[in-house]
Write a protein of this length. Sequence first.
Length: 168
Amino acid sequence: MTNEGLFRLADSDAARAAAERLFRAVRDELRPQLPASAEIRHVGATAIPGCLTKGDLDVVVRVARADFADADERLARLFARNEGSTRTDAFSAFADATRAPHLGVQLTVQGGALDLFRLFADALRSDPALVERYNALKLAHQNKPMAPYRAAKDAFIASVLNTRLPGP
């Protein structure tokens, strides 16, 4: 994300290849440093076949509740905290803009309230029509300010999760 002002799509095939290479390197770097309960997953648009992307890499690290504080401390030694993101006792976010592509790491408690990244990625992987709708949203925001794109994206994700998650 070299320009935070405008939403810009990258060449999806090249971005996906670069993100997959970086994901493998990051996964291999993190695995020995995290608790045994850690599950490391590539979850962003670059992980979804056919999905348009800005070209960044999103990784979710899911850990058992008992391991969250330790994993959070370890990740904080490796990456800068994403200060613009939510931080709770079950979720924190990190970023590394020095990596190519830009890297975002989300740490979540397995089964916690914000353990949603894998669910959204799985929904996209299983439903090509959903990917088409997501791509249409992205194309509608191409070369436009980032804030409205983020709001539309958040609403889209919420609608997908609301229809796919079991009710109370």
